[in-house]
Structures are given as C-alpha cells and as structure tokens.
Design a protein around this ligand. Sequence first.
Ligand code: DGJ
Length: 728
Amino acid sequence: MGIQFDEKQRIFHLQGKATSYVIQLERDGYVTHQYWGRKIRKFRNSNRQQYIDRSFSPNPYYRDRTFSLDNLPQEYPQYGNSDFRKPAYHIQLENGSTVTDLRYKSHRIYSGKPKLTALPATYAGQADAETLELVMQDEYLGLEVQLLYTVFSNYDVVTRSVQFHNKGKQKLKLLQASSVSVDFRRSDFDMLTFPGAWGKERHMEKRSLQAGIQSAESTRGASSHQQHPFIGLMEKHTTEDYGEVFGFHLVYSGNFLAQAEVDQFATTRVTLGINPFDFSWLLEPGATFQTPEAVLVYSSKGLGAMSDTLHRFYQQHLVRGEHKDKERPILINNWEATYFDFDADKIEQIAKAGSELGIELFVLDDGWFRNRNSDSTSLGDWFVDKKKLPNGLEDVAKRVNDFGMQFGLWLEPEMVSVDSELYREHPDWCLHVPDRYRTESRDQLVLDFSRADVRKEIIKRVSDILSSAPIGYVKWDMNRHLSEVGSASLPAERQRETAHRHMLGVYEVMEMLTSRFPHILFESCSGGGGRYDPGILYYMPQTWTSDNTDAVSRLKIQYATSLLYPVASMGSHVSDVPNHQVHRSTSLTMRGDVAMAGNLGYELDLTRLSKEEKQVVSQQIEFYKEIRSLVQFGQFYRLKSPFEGNETAWMFVNEDKSEAYVCYYRVLAEPAAPLAVLRVKGLDLSKDYSVWGTDEVYSGEELEYSGIRIPTALKGDFVSHTWYLRTE
Ligand code: DGJ
C-alpha cells in the first residue's frame, strides 16, 4: 500500500487495499489520469495514452496536431485552451477573461492525512493512510492549485480535495471549484443516483449513460431530500455481488453538483463538488480556498462490497466522538404521540410507560419552548415554556431520569420564526436580499450563519439550554431550504459566497456545540433525512432517516440508504397506525421488524397501547437488546430489493460469524405466489447454526447454497419474518 512516484515513467501510483489509482505527468506538466480500478502491483503503462490528430480538437502551444487536451484524460481539467468538456474549475481574472493554464509544479508524499480547514472530512492516523499533495500552477497568474489525494491501507477508497492559493497580485474570482474530476476512457456504464422527496428519501435510480451530460444536483442550500451528493458508475449488469463500481460521494451538506459527461469519443468525465450555480468566491492576493472532500470508493465485486467499504470506512474514519462505537439507546419520542399538545405530566406518563417496556431514552420533541404551540412561531427563542413545563427542563429531565432513562431534547438552531422575539429584535439576522420579500417556509426563515454575531448568539442560547438540565441526547432539526440567499454582512462582490459561507457557519456551530457537550449523543434531522450526508455524519453519528415511519415505505428508504451509510447511523422508529404520513395500517410485528433493522425507537403514545400490544413491544425491546450490537455494528448484506419486487430481505452478521440476524418482508399477498426461498450470505460455511426460538439446526453451507424456506404461514399483506442464527 501507499503512494509511489516512478521518476522514470513520471507516474504516481496510489495503492489502497485492493485498488490502484494512477496519475501521469504528461509533457509540459499536464497532469493526466491513467488508471483507477483493481490493484495492479507493477504498473508499467500497457495502455498508455494515445495521441491522435482529431478534427476540431485544437493544439495548445504546439504545432503538434496529435496533442490536444480535448483527447486527454485529466486529473483537474481547465477551461479555455483546447478541452471542450466541462472543466473542474473556472476562474475570472481582473480583466474579465476566464482562461487559466495549470501545469505540474511540485509534489510531496507523506504518511497520514491533513485536516481540512473549517470543513468536515475523513481522518486517519499516521499508519492508516498516505497522502499526495500535487501542486499545479498557473505561472502567469501566480495561482497555485494543490490537489490532495489520500489512500487508506485497509480500504478501497481514495479521498480528494483541492486548495486554491492566490500567490499573485490580482484579485481572482472562483466561479467553480470542484472537489474531484475523473476521466474514464469508456462510457459503457450505468449511473447510480439517489433522488427522492420529503418522506421518500434516497430512492435509488439506475440509468444507462448517454452522450452529453447527466447530473444530480442541489440548489436548495442543503444536500436535500430531493437529490443526494453521490454519483456511481457501474459496469453494465452490476448486482450486489458482481461488477465494477466507481462511487463518488461528497463530504458536504450544501449545494452540490455531481455530473457525468460522455463526450464525442465515448469517454466519461465525472465531476463532483460545490454547485457552481449562483456560487462565486473572491480570492484576494494571499488568500486560500479549500473545497470540500470527495470520497472515491471502488468495488470489483458489486454494490455489496461498495457498501461494506463505505460502512466500515465512515464508521472508522468519519464518525467521531464518544458515541462512535457505542451501542445506541432505544428511544421513545413524543412527536407523533402529542405533537405540540403536552405538559410535564403527560411527558412523565409516556416516559413511565416507556421505562416499563425497557426503553432507555426519552426524547422531548418540538414544542417545549416559549409560545411554541404550533409550527408557526418562536424558533430562535430557546427559552423553556413555563406554561407547559412550569418547573423547567431540569424537572422534566429529573422525572425521566428517575425512571432510569436518559433525557433528550429537540432543537432547530439554524432557524428563526417570523413570529419570534429573536426576529423582532434582529430582522437582518436571516438570509435575505435587499428590497425583496423574504419567502417563508413553515412560517420560518433561515438564520444567516455566515455572520459571526448570529453564530455567537445561537451558540450561547443553545449552550445555556444544554447546560440547564441533564441532557444526554439532542435531535438537531432543520425544516426548510434556503431562499433569497444573501447576507446583510457581505459586500456586493461577495454575495454569491453566502450559501457556502452559511454552510461553513453551520459546521462551525456544530463543531463548537458537539465538542462543548461531548457526552451528548447528537442525531441529525432535516424533516427526516433531508440532510443525511457525510458532512453531517462527521459531527453527528446518527440521522433520523425519514419522517415517513410507514413500515412499507421504510423498506425502500432504508434499503437505499444502506447502499451508502452504516446501519448505526440510521434512526428507525415504530409509530402508530394508521400511519400519520401515508395512512397505511401494518402490524406491530412488521413495524418492529423494519425498525429493528436500524437504531430502534418508538414514536407513539405508549400510554394508549393495549395489554397485548405492550407485550409485543416489550418482547421487541428485549430481543433488540440481544441483537443490537449485531445490527448496529455487524456486516450488512442486502438479499432482496424492494425496488425490484414485492419482497425485501437483508441480514446482519457479526465479526466472527457466530451470529446472524436475517429479515424478510413481503408487501402484498399474491395469488399463485412463487415458492419463496431466501439464500443468505456471509455465514461461516464450516459451522452449524441453530435458529433461535426453534429446535432447528442447519449448516452455514446449507443456508447459503440451498437457502432458508419462507414460512407458508405468512399470510395477507404487509408481513415479515426474521431468523436469529447462532453457531452451535
Ligand atoms: C421534523 C422532524 O423530522 C420531525 O421528526 C419532528 O421533529 C418535527 N420536525 C418537529 O417540528
């Protein structure tokens, strides 16, 4: 593993666990992309770049008609001198022109991985990774661009980011600054993306690459429910177990653009980074701009191996803090039980019912602060509502703690209600542009976190609340997207920096609060999973996967989310029926079986459950405690896709393969249904496994090769069955 520079061939060879990534220094310092894929121990460039005289592909600086950037696969392509594909970056000079010319200047290779200033990023110890800093320069401008590559010894991952240093004398304006660009010499791929909507996040979609540009992007100021900052290229016919996959994931939570461009010669350029739409950044002489980081993941064994790499990599090199490897508590959240209509006694009753069932954490959701009796007021006024909670949060927390449970609290720090003291006092503290109406969403506006004074006040208010009671958990919500994106504190020439500066401000506040309160388990939320991205995962180890708690809808949401994210990051709750989002009724067993495939919680009025329902819930909780570490930190396998049919199945296997938990779900009953069988994965083939709760024993071999029969007793719509397997 590591990074070698071959002086003779002028090649950088980056080697991960089973992958190689090769960069070539071309003549005159152009930096080209040579290879990315399965590991090649000795790279001698058998497939070296071909120089061809192609019509309408111009020739920079040479009277050599075979040399054109239009034909070269590049590492960080530029605009304006012979490459007509989309560039990775774009810069405006003082004279208005936008042509730049970057060439190799120097490089440095070292152990470990540097921190990125002000941005979330993956991290590594000295022994875990090696980094290449490749410096390119535009001599005329005095511009230096540092391409940063890190490879990890135990993963098929390369991380990339870019730093722009203005070492010249003129002001430069960055119009685009992607985090990564990779040119593939082929285009026979399917592209994988994760579009969605509120209540329907991350629904995976596959399409065949076509000539031209295909993309996924957000201009909403958040990574969003609607698109996801990921793009994957897959060899045709890739499945869970077969096929090459090249994934690109952005460690960023704001506007992004992920695109694949297929050009006239059937090559494919993938770029990923901050969305250039309505973005620019003024780079004064001496200033530096750091792009977010992109995670490049490679699998030669299909989507299953890609997910496994990402799960382990994110869990070990992105998630931080005290709770990283700790089992996550089973919670009861009062949102769907009470909405805004509660008082301290009602909270106590729900908490008591929860504690009797074995629940470990009570989460007080929205509505606990002054005048917050609906979703249209009071965000920003983070002071306890003494009408609902006369003795404050401390009293409620104590009542909850007295039942042996932890106490958690909901907050939405980035927002301000139009009807709030904070907004009346500081009307210029929200994002807005002069002389234009301020568009409301859920009757709220977005606080301008690009401003230091706003950040300071919110950090103070939230810190006061978090110090006022024994709070062990925070649900950090964010319930609207950004409009009229402008800041009263920035000059005209920097207005287009607002969205990114705001995002940097959000990260700063998150960093400050999560490090000031390290014992608190933070769960991120944005109307459910609207900001489920690697950027937020750096600060908060878990996310509320979706506001949609319907068991059937959750199959697709959780299945597709599992393509990219570790199970320990996924909040999943059992809620009431008919379901509040889609009005479907499913059994308590099915709801439990779906929720138990993530971080289990309940979100309904436990005081109103019948004796029989309480018994089912208490059994679910007891059982979940048994399998919790296996589910949250085991190896995850997808067996049947809800995107391909009526059935879904997945399973979890622990590290030494002594335990496995297999889940099967069927949505609709079918006449003349096919005989259903489930072939499992990941077991120890040489061992025998007993099926918990029965006297059945089967070998790992038999369960994998022949399969496990789906019980015929499963009848009707919305059914599920699970098997807990343990070695004899
Ligand atoms: C949206 C969240 O996703 C819900 O779970 C709940 O916390 C509400 N906000 C509260 O306003």
